[in-house]
Design a protein around this ligand. Sequence first.
Ligand code: BYC
Length: 335
Amino acid sequence: MYTQSLDLPGQAQQAAPITADLAEQQAAFDARIAEDGKIEPMDWMPDAYRKTLVRQISQHAHSEIVGMLPEGNWISRAPSLKRKAILLAKVQDEGGHGLYLYSAAETLNASRDDLVDALHTGRAKYSSIFNYPTLTWADVGVIGWLVDGAAIMNQIPLCRCSYGPYARAMIRICKEESFHQRQGFDALLAMMRGTEAQREMVQDAVDRWWFPVLMMFGPPDAASPNSTQTMAWGIKRISNDDLRQKFVDATVEQAKVLGVTLPDPGLVWNAERRHYDYSPLDWEEFWRVINGDGPCNRERLATRVKAHEDGAWVREAALAHAEKHANRATAAKAA
Ligand code: BYC
């Protein structure tokens, strides 16, 4: 799947014919996009396309890695061996998604150290949703059902993204996300079939997560500075508002099966639009959270930075090991 991992940094520019001028390269790129083809790491691409991909893919990678924290907090408190094993596997999957995505960003000549540094110093964004607390076990189920559900809705169209390595990474990620969504729904269903206290716990979690989940899709289209260009480039295929609407329409039916109430009195079927209407979202809260002032931003970043610092010895040992092998190989060649 990761054939692009064989491409070395710096090769991308060499792939273009030396004689081709910029206009020809741009025309070839535009034609590929117009015919819905894929752009690969060795192909010429405009700087702005490369930059926007590095921004989106790296923020996506950061979201997967920071997204391990709210659920990771519950691994030691899972209510049964079965739920613990499922949660362990899920959190591990999220770590894997982060790694595929950092690798996809590296095919664009981005340096992983720089990307990680941008996260740790607060220069890079990660999904707003992971700045909310997980107060009870029901929150873990709701993250699976709603957060992973929203993630799948957003990520399925990314499987058709014009940049090959990102599109291919998304195919595998989406398969794993659908297991995540199902396990969340299943955990909530078990609680809804349990005691009154468990049902109240689920409803309370749904009440707290519903609006932040709708904000995961990003600002309204009219306030989304990146959408027009990323859609023209075939990176994003469906707009923020259209994806949000698809998610609302699908989730209302799932909530009925589960037996929970979605906490929005404005959530009503609009027969003319053939979609559910919903109340306006609190965009001030959204901007506050993505700019670093949500309920858990400081805690999440501090935990990530500490994990990175605590892992320094592993990176140093791996580098020393690689260097030792390289030296041995050089010595063997010279002998
Ligand atoms: N949170 O022009 P816009 C997961 C930023 S993890 C934070 O619409 P764009 C999981 C946006 O970056 C899945 N920031 O932007 C893991 C931009 O800022 P900059 C995460 C947000 O890029 C563990 C500004 O607002 N999914 O599933 O066209 C456990 C203006 O927005 C958010 C992805 O990352 C937000 N919610 O569209 C469980 C999907 N929304 O960069 C689950 C890939 C917007 O200009 N990303 N911003 O400073 C995307 O699809 C797009 O980047 C977005 C935003 C739809 C998120």
